[in-house]
Structures are given as C-alpha cells and as structure tokens.
Design a protein around this ligand. Sequence first.
Ligand SMILES: [Zn+2]
Length: 456
Amino acid sequence: MQRAWVLMLLAVSLAAFAQAPPGAQGWKIGDFADVAEPPADTLIRCGIVIDGNTNQPRKSIDIVLKGAKIVEVRPAAYDQLMASGTKVVDLSNETCLPGLIDVHTHVLLQGDITMEDYDRQLLKWSPEYRTILGTQSARKALEYGFTTIRDLGTEGAGYADVDIKTAINAGVIPGPRMQVATLALDVTGAYPLLGYAPNVPVPKGLQACDGADRCRKAVREQIMYGADWVKVYSDRSYYIDPSPPAAISPTPMLNDIPTFTMDELRAMVEEAHRQRHKVASHATAYNGVHNSVEAGIDTIEHGDYISDADMKLMVQKGTYYVPTLYVGEYVAEGRAKAGAPVWLDMIKISADTFRRAVKAGVKIAFGTDAGGFDWNINPAVEFELRVKYGQTPAEALRSATVVASELLGMQKEIGTIEPGKLADIVAVKGDPLADITVLEHVDFVMKGGVVYKGGR
Ligand SMILES: [Zn+2]
C-alpha cells in the first residue's frame, strides 16, 4: 500500500516536471508585446544578400520563409507568391545578413572597469534587481542584431541566466537564443569578492571548488540546474615575464598564476564531456591557455597571450579562440589607474596574439565580453578591431555567423541564410565587406521569422 502511494506520488511529480516552466503555463507566445508568432508565409526582398556561406554578395534576392524557417533563397521576381498576399518585408535598399552571434556575453553584468564597479553590483544590487537589468541587456543584444548569444557566467547572480533563457524561449520577454554557463568555476581565493575581512561573509562571483572530485561534483550540479556550458577560470594575476624559457617564447610574454591543477581541469573537462556538454576557459596568459588546451577544453576565452606552440596544438585539436579585444581596450586605462598598469601592455600583446592566430589558422569566433562593458555600448564595436588587427571583413563576419554557429553546435539551425535554417536575419545600410563598422548600425532584426526591430 505504502509502495503504491510512493509510486503514485512519483508519477504525479514527474508529470509536473514535464510541464512548461513555472510562470509560462497558460501563456501563449504573442500574449506579450513584441513577442509574436511568425506569420505563415513571408517574403523578404533584399537589395543584397551576404549568406554567410561564401560571403559573396548577391544582388536583388528574395528570401522565402515558412513560419520560423527559410524555405528558399532566389533571385527577386514578381510571382504568384507575391500576388497571393504573402507578407512582404521590403529590404531592397539594405544588405541582408545571417543574425549575428556573440559567443561571450554577461547579460547579468552592467560594466566593471574597476573592482569597485564589480563589488557594488554584487553587494548592493539584489540578484532579483540584477535579473531585471539582465532582461534589458538581453533585449539590447537582440536589438543590436545578435540573434544568438552564449552567456558565460552570471557573476554572482546564481542561475538567473537559465531563467532569462527560459523566459525568452517561452515568449515572455524578447531576447536572443541563449546558451548559458550559470555560475562558472574557480579555485578558492582566486575570484572576487576578495579583500574583505575573514569574519565578513560576502557573495562570490562564481562557485569555488577544490580537488578533482569536488570540481567534478560542481560540474554535475551546474548541469543539473541548467548549464549548457561549463565555464572555468584557469588563470589570474597577469604580469609581463621579461625572460621566459626560450623554448616557450624568445621575447617577453604575458604570464599568470594558474588556478586549477591539471587534475582538477581534466576532471571537469571529462565530466562535462561525459554529459555531452562543452567547456569554456577564461585563459588570459601563458599557463592558463597552455593548461586549458592540454586538458582538452573546447574554447579559449580572451587568450591575450598564446604561445606559438599552443596555437599549433589548438589547430590540431580544433580548439576555438574567442579573443575579446574591445573590452581589453575599454578597461585598460581604468585598471591602470587603479594600480594595474599591466592592462595597458595587454592591449599590444593581445593585438599581436590575434595577428599570429589569424596567420596560424586557429579557429577564431566572435565574442565580446559584453557586460564587462556597459550594455549601452553596441558589442559590434569589436568587429572594427578584428579587422584592424588582421582579419578581412569577410573573415570577421564569418567569425560571428558560421564559425560561431559551429562553436555552439548549432550549424544546422543558424549561421547562414539558406533553406532549412531558422529565419534569423538582420539588415544594414551599406556594405559590411567594404566598411565593417556598418554592423554597428543594424536596423532590421528578425529571429525565427519574427521581426523585433525595423518592421516595415
Ligand atoms: Zn567574460
């Protein structure tokens, strides 16, 4: 009898678990302003299409949609489809592109040039208030033209990224498609908040773990609560090493204090991969990058300094490099003034690393660390620096479309404008292949066949 009750209770709770997330029940997409279901048929008439595949611009192209998906891309023509009353979006004076992808954001962070900026957000703003701001950041990302983002850590706001993603998917708020990393991981004593008296409990910007088993457990916990990615911090405390071993670098290089031991890193990578999740590593300087690549991490974040030997290994292993050039320049002066002049040197070092990585053929994806700088700055400012430091505009665009979609494992759904893919389409005036900065002025945004900006 007792056993039957237990089984019945279990069945009831499993049924509840399988339903839509709390709060979304009974709501339909379209119940809220700005979020609607895509029309049955849409035709987008583009002056120019850069489809992301070849990046060869094609003139006068019609993109035909059925609901959320692209069904045909063809030369523009007046035909029965237009005569039959299909919704037509006229972008004949614009260049249409695949929706942009930013693979390194923090929607729950609102700029942290100095430690004080960071501490204030964790100490004086509740996670609830930060989540409200996070919904705004997500909306801004979408309106800038980023139809997909990978958000790499909530910086002390718990699992709020999972909730923002859920609310976007349920049609409660507008925002990009999201993959999220939840809390992120580092060792004890390596990540803010730091510098408070031992008897004063303060919040942490991530989850600390020590020892292979405990770190493996932390990975399991984060995946249990909704992490798509595991984010680890593999180094800290950067400095210019004037005379590194000649075999590593014949010239001065950026060095660091590694955080995790190799045992810990390998355990986290193994556990994440075992559960078919990937690992992103904040790795700024020599040891962080080297240890991460050795441990089999999937993406190197920042990578301000990467040795030539590690670049070779990244090419062999297919490891992605996600440089964040703009945020480095944005925070450098403020951090130098606050007593860390190394940040000024890091601008030159990261530009040199980027140039070498382009030459070495490392897979470079577009990420910005938006949230590390104010969300009122369009993260597309990163494109100009990528071109300045060695990519062609076409390569820079590819890094934010095709390459980024592959990094996310979403290359069958997004990243190009072609039949079968989701209708994530943005448009700009002008030619991004001639002037990459036009990507800072996206004036039309469609995600999954729904227009979020520039409806016409
Ligand atoms: Zn970051």
